[in-house]
Design a protein around this ligand. Sequence first.
Ligand SMILES: CC(C)(COP(=O)(O)OP(=O)(O)OC[C@H]1O[C@@H](n2cnc3c(N)ncnc32)[C@H](O)[C@@H]1OP(=O)(O)O)[C@@H](O)C(=O)NCCC(=O)NCCS
Length: 427
Amino acid sequence: VTGSSTAPDQPITIRTATEEDWDAVLAVASAAFHDDPDAEVAAAERISFDPTRTLVAERDGQVVGTAAILTRQMCVPGSLVPTAHITLVSVAPTARRQGILTRFIRRQFDDARAAGEPVAALWASEARIYQRYGFGLAARRVSFVADSREIEIIDPGPGPEPGPGGDRGPDRSWLREGRPAEFRDTMRVIYDQVYPHRPGWSERSTRAWDLRLADPAAWRQGSTPLRIVVNDTAAGPDGYALWRVSRGWSDAGPNAEVRVVELVATNPRAYLSLWRFLLRLDLTRSVEVWTAAIDEPLFLLVTEPRRLQARMSDSLWVRILDLPAALTSRRYAAPVDLVFEVTDDLIGSNAGRWRLVGTPGSVSCTSTVEPADLSCDIRVLGSAYLGDQRFAALAAAGMIHEHRPGALAAASTAFGWHRAPSGLEVF
Ligand SMILES: CC(C)(COP(=O)(O)OP(=O)(O)OC[C@H]1O[C@@H](n2cnc3c(N)ncnc32)[C@H](O)[C@@H]1OP(=O)(O)O)[C@@H](O)C(=O)NCCC(=O)NCCS
C-alpha cells in the first residue's frame, strides 16, 4: 500500500519505523523509484533495513513516505568519521510537495547529531533536491567506457614494485578466479587495508558486504552474475576486481563489454595486474566503469587516455551537521589558521564565526569574535570537506568570499588532500 488511496486532507505524522513496517517501506520506495521488486530483489533491499534509523510518514494510518540512515564510518582526509549515510528517501506520488521530505531531513539531522555523526552524506537521484538543505557536492566521479582493443597498459617504469614481466622469484603474483562468496573474507581483508586512505569510501560491516555481494538477477541488466578475480602473492592476496560481462556479438564478431563493479588494490602491482586482466578478456571489446576517482591511476597507465572516453559527474554530497566536530574530525594538508563566517538556515548552531587552527597532526575549531577571513554558506564547507573542491574554485563560482588577501589560497591548500575523494558504491 503506497498511500495512493488515503485522504489528502488528513494530517501527516512522522515516526520511527518498526520491523513490521518493512513491506510498506519497500512499497513506498519501489513506487517512488518506479521499481517492481521481485522476491529476490526485496530480500536484497531488506539487508540494510534498520528500523531504528528509518523514518516513516503516515497519513490516515498508511505509510506515504520513508527515509533512512545507514550507520557507517566514512574515510575523510586523515581520519574516519561516523557519517549519517542517508538513503531510501521516498515520498508517495500523491503525498509530494507537502513538506514531508523537509520534515524527514530536519529530523534526520537532529537524530544524526544526537548519534554523534558530525556529517551526513548521500548520493542524489536529482541533485537539486538536496542543495536547499545545505548539501554540497563533495566528490566527483568519473565514468568511462574503455575501448580496450585500442589501449595498452604502459610500463610504469623502474621502482620498488616489479613492472610487467616481474612474474618470477619471490615477487611473483598470479590471478585466481571464482565466485564472490568464496572470496568474501579475502575481499574484506583487502578492502579494510585500502578504504581508510581513500576519502569517500565507507567502512563495510557484514551487512554492507551482504548488500555489496547480493546479486539478484533483476539487477544484472542482462549481464552475467558477479565475477571476481583476485591478485595473489606469496605474502597473500593484495587486490581484487568484481565485475560482470554484458554479452555482445555483431556481424563483425565478438563485442562483449566488461562492467567493473569495483577494483580494490593495496599496491600498484596488483592494480596493474587486475587492469591487464580486465582489458584483455577474450571476446570483449570494451570495459565500462561507472564510478572511478578523478585521480584514477589508470589514466596515467594507458597508451591512449582519450580512448577511455571519460565523463565527469557527481557522486557524494556532504552536509556538515556539527561544524566544530566535523572540521576537527579531519586533518589538513598544510598549517592553517583562518576565521570562517558561516551561514546556515537549518542548523543555527553552525552559523557564526569559527576560528580553525590546523596542522597535519592537530586541529582546533572554536567560536570567535575575530574578523572573518572568509565567508560562505555551510554547503560550501560540505563541498570542501573531503578535499575535492578547492575553495579557489568555489570562490570563482561566487560561493565563498575572501576578506583577507591570501586566505583563499591558504584554505584551498589546507583543505586539499593528496588523494581525491571518490564514491565507490551507491547507498
Ligand atoms: C524527492 C522527494 C522525496 C521529495 O519529497 P517531497 O515530500 O515532495 O519534498 P518536499 O515537499 O519536502 O519539498 C521540499 C522542497 O523541495 C522541492 N523539491 C522536492 N523534490 C524536488 C525535485 N525532485 N525536484 C525539484 N524540487 C524538488 C519542493 O518543490 C519544495 O520546494 P519549496 O520548499 O520551494 O516549495 C519525492 O519527490 C520523491 O520521492 N521522489 C522520487 C524518489 C527520489 O528521487 N528520492 C530521492 C532519492 S536520493
